[in-house]
Structures are given as C-alpha cells and as structure tokens.
Write a protein that binds this ligand. Sequence first.
Ligand code: FE2
Length: 280
Amino acid sequence: MDFMAEIEDVASRFRAGEAEVARTFFSQPRPLAQHLYWLRIQVARELRNLREISHGELTEFVDKVDRGVTREKIVAELREHYYETRHYAMLADLLEGIGGDHVDWQDLDAERGKAEWSVWHRQEQKRRREWDAISPLHSAAGSFNSGGAGSVAYGVVGLQGNVYEQLLAEVGKIILHDEMAHGEALEEHHPLYQLVKTEEDGRTALEIVQEYSTIRLKGRNFQFGYPLAEERIEAIARGEIEPATLDTLRSAYQGAIDEEQWFDRYRAAAKPLSATTIVR
Ligand SMILES: [Fe+2]
C-alpha cells in the first residue's frame, strides 16, 4: 500500500471512531447537562469563521480580488464562511433549544482560551502550531484530518427520536454535505499529496496523522463524557474499526432537508425541544 493510501485509511478509521463516540453517547438517555456540554464545545469549534470575519480577514481578502486573488477563490471563500456560519447557527440554536443559556459567540470565544471544556481543542491547536513551525510537510500532515471530515456529523445522521434528535440528524447531514460537496475542502485535494515524495516523508506524515487523530479521538470522548472505555479508544487508535470512507460519508447525507426548512422547524417547535435522549 502506498503511503497516501495508508494515511487515508488511518484517517478514515479515526473518523469512524469519532462517529462511534457520538453514536454511543446517543445510544441511551443522558442528563441534560451532558448534552449542554457536548453542544457547547461543538458550537465553540464552529464559531471560528465568525471570529475571522470579525477580525477583518474577509475584508482583506475582498480587497485582493482581481489583484492576485481570483474571482473563483473569493466565491469559494465566501462559501466556506457561509457553510461554517450555518453550522454555528444551527448548533447554537439547538443548544438554546434544549434549555441552554443564551449563546453569545464572542463570550464563548473569550472563554475558550482557558476553559476546562476546551482543553482538548487547545491541545490540537498547540500541536498544529508546532508542526506548522517545522516544515510544510509537517504542517500539511497536521491539517490532513483536522475537521473537514465531519466525523461527529456522521455519528448523528442516523439518530431517531423526538424534535431534538431529528433536528440534530438533519444538521449532521447538512454539515456532511458542506464538508463533502465541494472539491477544495476534500482530502483528495489536500496539499499533503504533493508534499509526500519519499518513504521518509510518508512515514513522517503517517506518524503525525496518527498522533493528531488520537488527540482528536480522545478529545471527542472527553466532549461526550467518556461514552467509550479507554480500552476501546486504544483499539480504535490501533485501527480495530471499520473505516468510514469518503463514499460512505457522501451517501450518508442523501435526502437532507434544506436550511430554510430546518430553521422553520426549529422556530415552530415548542421549547425546550422534546427529546428522547435527554433525562430532565
Ligand atoms: Fe463546520
């Protein structure tokens, strides 16, 4: 097996592992506090584009259009901001909908810097910054499995239950669609493919993807209140799980409702949202 095929295989097994964490969480009713907890962490991960826009990154980019930045690139950039913003919006709605306090992205972003709930996310970012500083190969390997894959989304698409579970399953499909539907977000176009040239590059990249993905998987288990035992996490990290391939993910969002329908259903539903997996 060539190195890139091996790296893809490793990433797809960890992706399935993260989905297993989410699926196991929803396999039995759990206290409201645990639902508020996982959702808050997820919402905090999805607010990044709001922060970037607020910091003026989009304005800077727009000013370079036709002056080095292509028109195609600005469309893609806007699409990414739009996608990530709708993930934020729907998940923040769900968080408030099940009974969470009012969500304010700027407060959440400020808290994220030192809160106990964001410790794994910060660990991911710290490792990535370290790899960024070493070489383009290290940097690319560090971002290979960094979230474009919608693992948690894949874990919730099959949820059944009441309004909370149904709306969450639909958010899962929308996120998967957004992560998979457009070329530039996909693994297949990742810069790592150009950077792995020798066997040594391949080994280095594989080690980094393995390490980064392990941090992600452990962070997911933490996020969901440890639904998987430590032994299961270790087994997944050794690859003892069926891979979730890109084709599997693509077929998982078929029949998704659109955004307007989603917000209509959310708005019309009684609050707090009815739920079969929440113990109140
Ligand atoms: Fe997202």
